[in-house]
Design a protein around this ligand. Structure first.
Ligand code: PGA
Length: 250
């Protein structure tokens, strides 16, 4: 059965105490509505271990924001999939547009990261999305098709562990969310690509999240679309009420 997910990406926000305070607020107010609806939080690395301990009695799951392409070694400043696994991480973002733009992550690197995560049984949340220029020129479907290409190198078994997040770059942090119709159109396209490259059943089971200025006020409309299986949330994940409000719209 297709899993519904709301994942929060804190990005580079919240010092240690602020992170703990927000975590406690989430724990106090989170009421899982259905076992098939998962809440995930992706904080900076420094919070992971402490949050894992706070989440032990809770259904909230932990995600990383990044991992390295190699298993281990002399890569100063980096964190491996094995390290994430060792503190209880179950999900990890890969290919967020900020990583692609500011850290020049290319397809080969993203593929290596996905392989590292899968080897440790961590589910990659693979992000894709077009820039405003692409959409204005009508090239958004081509961009998404290109970005998805690396996923087709995975075996069917591996691919089924990948969650896809469609995040139009022009909607991230801008307050300009895609309309539910624009999101649905791309999500349906992504699902059709999966059906073609994997098979119908795998496509039907794939979770495809929408990200980009998703708020409690627009979440219900976005999530009402048949191919939108949840959201990847940035700004609104920094406030417990907003984040849980989005979850409750699932
Ligand atoms: P936003 O960010 O919700 O602040 O637009 C989404 C994201 O970058 O994942």
């Amino acid at each position: 059965m297709r899993k519904k997910i709301v994942a929060g990406n804190w990005k580079m926000n919240n010092n240690f105490q602020e992170g703990i305070d927000l975590t406690n607020e989430l724990i106090e107010n989170f009421k899982p509505t259905d076992l098939n609806k998962q809440l995930v939080v992706c904080p900076p690395f420094i919070h992971l271990n402490a949050m894992a301990e706070l989440f032990t009695e809770n259904e909230i799951r932990l995600g990383g924001q990044n991992c390295h392409t190699s298993e281990k070694g002399a890569y100063t400043g980096e964190v491996s999939a094995e390290m994430l696994k060792s503190v209880g991480v179950r999900y990890c973002l890969v290919g967020h547009s900020e990583r692609r733009a500011y850290f020049f992550e290319d397809d080969q690197e993203l593929f290596q990261k996905i392989k590292q995560l899968l080897a440790k049984d961590i589910q990659p949340i693979f992000c894709c999305g077009e820039m405003l220029e692409d959409r204005k020129e009508g090239g958004h479907f081509d961009v998404i098709e290109d970005q998805l290409e690396l996923l087709w190198k995975l075996s069917k078994t591996d691919f089924q562990k990948v969650i896809i997040a469609y995040e139009p770059v022009w909607a991230i942090g801008t307050g300009q969310t895609a309309t539910a119709e624009q999101a649905q159109e791309i999500h349906k396209f992504i699902r059709s690509r999966i059906a073609k490259k994997m098979d119908e059943a795998i496509a039907d089971n794939a979770s495809i999240l929408y990200g980009g200025s998703c708020k409690p006020t627009n979440a219900a409309e976005l999530f009402s679309k048949p191919d939108v299986d949840g959201g990847l949330i940035g700004g609104a994940a920094l406030e417990a009420n907003d984040f849980l409000g989005i979850y409750n719209a699932l």
